[in-house]
Design a protein around this ligand. Structure first.
Ligand SMILES: *[C@@H]1O[C@H](CO)[C@@H](O)[C@H](O)[C@H]1NC(C)=O
Ligand SMILES: *[C@@H]1O[C@H](CO)[C@@H](O)[C@H](O)[C@H]1NC(C)=O
Ligand SMILES: *[C@@H]1O[C@H](CO)[C@@H](O)[C@H](O)[C@H]1NC(C)=O
Ligand SMILES: *[C@@H]1O[C@H](CO)[C@@H](O)[C@H](O)[C@H]1NC(C)=O
Ligand SMILES: *[C@@H]1O[C@H](CO)[C@@H](O)[C@H](O)[C@H]1NC(C)=O
Ligand SMILES: *[C@@H]1O[C@H](CO)[C@@H](O)[C@H](O)[C@H]1NC(C)=O
Length: 620
């Protein structure tokens, strides 16, 4: 069975359907009813703004309505500050199936936000700030899988916050000044741009906001506790029934505490003694070491500091045998003669932190900026590490970032790259609000380039068993010419990869050939990147699983829903999007054995790209 062809027919059918009609009479009727229910009576003389049955919402430009390019479908309804006092009729407004933006800010709409708001399946922006809504937030909000910005601040909403953490790609959640209660569900805080639940009646401990939000997002909730609020959560009350053992336990803890105290004071004494010694040394050396505040300075504790992206970092925790000769410069005109001290003296900014290490942006005094990857707790011998880095350096590909220099000690490894100002593929896909910049042609070409580069690396390094190990869109960087470059190749342990990127089967299955699995895990990671390119959605580990979602969507025949709306509205070839989707799904097959090799994947993508180019030139 040739599924692709079935799909093409299916797509063609959909396209035909959509070409033949503008918004139907039913939709117009529903929209007119939606406006009536909002009760626009406070605007004498212009209650209807053209919203009537005898005209077309797009062609006759009903007030507040914007349509797609072909003027067939209502995409946006923006009716801010018009003194509406009625209610929101979700069933009616959602009969406009393509509605992406609904904004009713600063009116006086009352009543509930109906469950049927989830009928607006393509909704990306819902703005209801400054109204008189009341009642509970509908749980169906979590089914609005395309939602990016949800603003319900300054209303009278009550009840709990539904678990919208399932909505991947949510960027904004503003719900301040309501009467919401219960606990805050776990959001994917690292993806959110805006978050505010101040002035509600929320309680319990705040989930880990991963340093992305401060107290000002949580103010005015008497029952809330924990970071980033100053009020710590009180520990659960000690069990009172079992008095005998518990008092023994207290004694035990007291013992531990004493031992701890002694240890701490010992360390403190040592540290003070050491720093005195250091000061003496520095005094001897004279003013040469005029230590700037923001240079790479002391202590591992700075790494655990929360609440900001900029942080100092240290390499001094490394054992003392560190000398300038430990830094090996591979090949780069940019940093000719770079010394370890140069790194230490430069200002550093923490720009990313993962499970196995951190990434810093280091600006040398010469003005050159570098990205320094610091890997910790990687149980690899110096020799193996060296060999690995040199092997990767030998297999050069223009779309793989070269290592400029490296440093290696027993506890940690540093890798130095040239810093790329243009950010990552992740930012390109998810960063810009409507992604106009990133059209279908560019996405296809990014896919082809990374696919080719990865196939090349796999072939060159298969014998050494060095896979990428942690392939994801945030590891694909854009160079000065906006060309994609794979970074951090081979920096994850084969057996200790970021497991969020391995489907569960990979870990259990096939322990016999972890190396082969590592290559297949790269193929999986690449498949996920393809899905991100196609859907514009985030991959999340928390509940939502992009691969699973896409599979479900296809099984239920809402394939078109899967694609990024900006691609669809741009008029990207659905046939070729479906083709690319097919490969993506093969790559994320739950059984590693079933996944194609990167060479096969790359060949197919190249042929899709050729078709695309041919069809463009035949159009022209
Ligand atoms: C309907 O709206 C159009 C403008 O969109 C207007 O020209 C026409 O007079 C309106 N008809 C009625 C019956 O209100
Ligand atoms: C909003 O509507 C309510 C009645 O639903 C009314 O009591 C209140 O005064 C209105 N507020 C404003 C600002 O118009
Ligand atoms: C809207 O949603 C409700 C349930 O949420 C469903 O029964 C109804 O059929 C939907 N209406 C449309 C027009 O899709
Ligand atoms: C806030 O919630 C608590 C229970 O957590 C309840 O006792 C209290 O009445 C609520 N306050 C308001 C103003 O709703
Ligand atoms: C908290 O964050 C907001 C923006 O997210 C910022 O404007 C404000 O200055 C921050 N406040 C503190 C105390 O850091
Ligand atoms: C959150 O909302 C409260 C109340 O409107 C405001 O004082 C605070 O500055 C807001 N915080 C952020 C981060 O927007």
């Amino acid at each position: 069975m040739d599924r692709i062809h079935l799909w093409v027919v299916f797509m063609a059918f959909i396209v035909l359907l959509s070409v033949t009609s503008a918004e139907t009479v039913q939709v117009r009727e529903a929209l007119v009813q939606f406006l009536q229910k909002l009760d626009p009576g406070n605007n004498p003389g212009e209650e209807n703004w053209g919203w009537n049955m005898s005209s077309d919402p797009c062609i006759d430009a009903w007030k507040g309505i914007s349509c797609d390019k072909s003027m067939q479908f209502v995409k946006k309804i923006v009716l801010d500050q018009l003194d509406f006092t009625g209610v929101l009729d979700a069933v009616s407004v959602c009969s406009a199936k393509n509605l992406a933006v609904l904004s009713l800010n600063n009116n006086n709409v009352s009543g509930i936000l109906p469950d049927e708001v989830s009928n607006c399946t393509r909704l990306t922006h819902l703005y209801l700030h400054g109204n008189s809504f009341s009642g509970d937030l509908p749980g169906s909000l979590s089914r609005l899988s395309n939602l990016k910005r949800l603003v319900i601040s300054d209303n009278g909403f009550t009840g709990g916050i539904p678990d919208i953490s399932r909505v991947s790609g949510l960027l904004t959640f503003l719900a301040q000044n309501n009467q919401l209660d219960g606990v805050i569900p776990k959001f994917e805080f690292s993806n959110l741009e805006e978050f505010n639940v101040s002035n509600n009646n929320l309680s319990g401990s705040i989930p880990d906001v991963e340093g992305h939000f401060n107290a000002s997002s949580f103010l005015g909730n008497p029952g809330l506790c924990g970071e980033p609020l100053p009020s710590a959560c009180s520990p659960p009350p000690p069990p009172t029934e079992k008095k005998g053992p518990s008092s023994k336990m207290y004694l035990m803890y007291l013992g531990y505490a004493l031992i701890g105290l002694i240890l701490v004071s010992l360390i403190a004494v040592k540290v003070i003694w050491k720093s005195k010694n250091k000061k003496k040394e520095i005094a001897k050396k004279g003013s040469q070491t005029d230590a700037k505040k923001d240079k790479i300075s002391s202590s591992t504790s700075s790494e655990s500091k929360r609440g900001g992206n900029i942080s100092e970092y240290s390499i001094t925790s490394v054992e003392s045998g560190m000398t300038s000769s430990s830094l090996v410069v591979l090949s780069s005109p940019v940093v000719n003669g770079l010394k370890f001290e140069d790194l230490l003296r430069s200002s550093a900014e923490l720009i990313g932190r993962g499970r196995h290490g951190s990434l810093y942006k280091v600006t040398l005094n010469s003005g050159v900026t570098l990205a320094v990857k610091r890997i910790r707790d990687w149980d690899i011998s110096r020799d193996d590490f060296k060999k690995r880095v040199h092997r990767i350096d030998q297999v050069k590909h223009p779309h793989v970032m070269p290592v400029v220099a490296y440093y290696c000690s027993r506890q940690e490894q540093l890798l130095v790259y040239q810093f790329q100002e243009n950010g990552s593929l992740f930012r390109l896909i998810h960063g810009s609000q409507n992604g106009q910049l990133f059209d279908w042609g560019s996405r296809l070409s990014v896919a082809a380039r990374i696919g080719e580069a990865l196939a090349f690396m796999h072939e060159g390094l298969k014998r050494d068993g060095i896979a990428h190990g942690n392939l994801k869109s945030s590891n694909i960087l854009l160079n000065n010419g906006m060309e994609p470059c794979i970074s951090e190749y081979g920096l994850a342990e084969v057996n200790n990869q970021d497991q969020s990127f391995l489907p569960p089967n990979d870990i259990i299955l096939d322990k016999a050939s972890p190396v082969n699995n590592a290559f297949k895990a790269d193929v999986y990671g690449f498949g996920v990147i393809l899905l991100e390119l196609l859907t514009g959605k985030l991959v999340q580990n928390n509940g939502f699983d992009l691969g699973q979602w896409v599979n479900t969507a296809i099984r239920e025949e809402w394939t078109v829903e899967v694609f990024d709306k900006t691609l669809v509205s741009e008029g990207a070839s659905e046939e070729r999007m479906v083709d690319l989707l097919q490969i993506a799904l093969k790559c994320i097959n739950s059984s590693p054995e079933e996944r194609p090799s990167m060479r096969e994947v790359s060949a197919i993508i190249n042929s899709i790209k050729e078709y695309e180019e041919k069809s463009l030139s035949s159009e022209a």
